[in-house]
Design a protein around this ligand. Sequence first.
Ligand code: OAD
Length: 232
Amino acid sequence: MKKLVVSTGAGISAESGISTFRDAGGLWENYPVMDVASHDGYVRNPALVHRFYNERRKALMNVEPNAAHLLLHDLESEGWEVYVITQNVDNLHERAGSTHVTHLHGELMKVRATDNEHLVWELRPEALETTPETLIEGHHVRPHIVFFQEAVPMFEPATEIAGEADVFVIIGTSLVVYPAAALLQYVRRGVPVYYIDPNPAAVPAGVTVIRATATEGMRELYKILTGKDTPR
Ligand code: OAD
């Protein structure tokens, strides 16, 4: 089976109603990123960081996967082995049914022990709020998010997946945050690369840019990859 590797950013969830970070009105315009999403910020004021992610979780409960997430799952029934590598901390790829999802920047619906990074729990929908005082099985917890200034443990496995791609697709990312933005460098020479974004960043020659929103662009890509009309 041919392997389709898809690297997604905040733009794929924009049409579901989740704000991106760096567009006009984006999250980093309204929140100081180094306060709510950096290691130093967390050490300085953990309560603020918990509150920020509590709000993000609540917002996530009110949105649904969109046609772009769903079409990626549809491609699994069309003879493609689809591997999603996402910078997003939402769970919309999973909720759309995608089988293989790697989260580079962590997962909003999970927390981990502050004294043991390997102890990770999924939060129950009825208990989404955490504070620095929250105890789970006797451990204080923190958001299971990769803060700025922290290592990105899933990057290495992601580079291996990227290196196996027969087709590589980038959707809805400004390509400014490393190491995620460097994934393209691990794609083998000669592999077709598509980049779907209404306001694409500069990319190397040879990348086919589909200047469109995620849902429009995925409909176009679905036709290219399957030769069929899009089901959505
Ligand atoms: P950005 O907010 O930096 O970029 C969003 C991208 O989505 C831009 O290129 C937009 O043009 C594009 N976009 C906007 N609307 C779109 C739509 N409807 N369809 C498709 N694309 C659309 O978000 P990321 O690149 O994902 O990390 O940001 C990377 C990381 O920076 C995030 O994972 C987050 C943030 O700080 C952490 O918090 C650790």
